[in-house]
Design a protein around this ligand. Structure first.
Ligand code: SF4
Length: 324
């Protein structure tokens, strides 16, 4: 891969836990724990894991919607963690986000035209009223809506249409990178495929790069160039999509994949059921965070030593003491 568009290095995000009468910080949630990855221009990196594993926090840190605790985020060769207010405003043109909930993410008091056009005004991207309206119509048509929709309000649209409005809003500033934060998990399965197909078409037409966040490996299978699997704030496996689906190496990825339905009923896959729930991220397990649920753990090794993410096959990285 040539110089990546985005390079995340040793990213950490801890959230304070407040307690007592004085609301002092008494503990910390370790949401993102020293993760590193790259995304090349035009690539889609799928970022997958259960709720609370830190994937959405990672996406928000990249956009500086929340401040990282430590680490570096290099975008086109510049560390955005060091950006001041003015540089961040410019960055918003290059990086956008599509949110999970198309119902909550659109202001119900604004028309669809105003929602999509807001960024054009903020960034001074329309010369006059005519240019503004022409661009809003162009964006609506790009996502499969039409000019008539401009003067309507979000509540008049279905979930899938609202997500299209969210996508049009993200495209308004012609971004290079879009963080898609579970963009289809609130939609019916039949609508999910339409939105994913739209995102794929847009990627090709507009040379977009995606960080595609999902809690389900089946959602990202077709859209991802590579997939990273997260567990309790850490990346446990990172590989080209085909390699990860055909031959997963980490026991957690194996368990996630075993839960993905196979369309062909003649093929049976053994379901791997993990013991217990995801541990509390305030006090994650020592060593390998997964050792309390891992079906192949070896103690005391797995509870004593953190497994580093190692490249065990070309471009296939895994964090497990026992897999090579
Ligand atoms: Fe399981 Fe140990 Fe590998 Fe962690 S390091 S995934 S506990 S075998």
């Amino acid at each position: 891969m040539s110089e990546p568009l985005l390079r995340v290095s040793q990213l950490v995000k801890n959230f304070p836990v407040k307690g007592g009468v004085l609301r002092r910080t008494v503990d910390e949630v370790h949401a993102v724990d020293h993760i590193s990855f790259e995304i090349g221009a035009g690539e889609t990196l799928g970022l997958v894991g259960e709720s609370g594993c830190g994937k959405s926090t990672t996406g928000r840190c990249i956009l500086r919607l929340i401040e990282p605790t430590a680490g570096e985020i290099w975008f086109e060769g510049r560390n955005v963690v060091e950006f001041d207010h003015g540089e961040l405003s410019a960055l918003r043109r290059d990086m956008q986000i599509i949110f999970q909930d198309p119902y909550a993410s659109l202001n119900p008091r604004m028309t669809v035209g105003a929602i999509i056009g807001e960024a054009l005004t903020i960034h001074g991207l329309a010369k006059d009223r005519h240019g503004y309206e022409a661009r809003v119509v162009e964006l609506l048509e790009t996502v499969g809506l039409n000019a008539d929709h401009m003067r309507r309000y979000p509540h008049e649209f279905s979930g899938g249409q609202r997500q299209r409005i969210g996508i049009a809003r993200a495209l308004a500033v012609s971004p290079k990178l879009i963080v898609c934060d579970e963009p289809v998990s609130a939609l019916d399965v039949s609508i999910q495929a339409q939105v994913i197909n739209l995102l794929e078409d847009l990627q090709e037409q507009l040379s977009l790069t995606y960080l595609f966040i999902a809690h389900d490996l089946s959602v990202v299978e077709h859209i991802s160039t590579r997939v990273a699997v997260m567990y309790l704030g850490r990346i446990v496996e990172l590989a080209p999509a085909r390699a990860l689906y055909d031959a997963p190496l980490h026991p957690y990825t194996e368990a996630l994949l075993s839960a993905v339905p196979i369309p062909d009923p003649t093929i049976k896959r053994l379901r791997i059921r993990l013991e217990g729930d995801v541990p509390n991220p305030i006090h994650p397990p020592t060593g390998c965070h997964f050792h309390t649920r891992c079906p192949i753990r070896e103690l005391p090794l797995c509870s004593a030593q953190r497994p580093e993410l190692r490249e065990v096959r070309p471009r296939h990285w895994v964090a497990c003491h026992l897999r090579s």
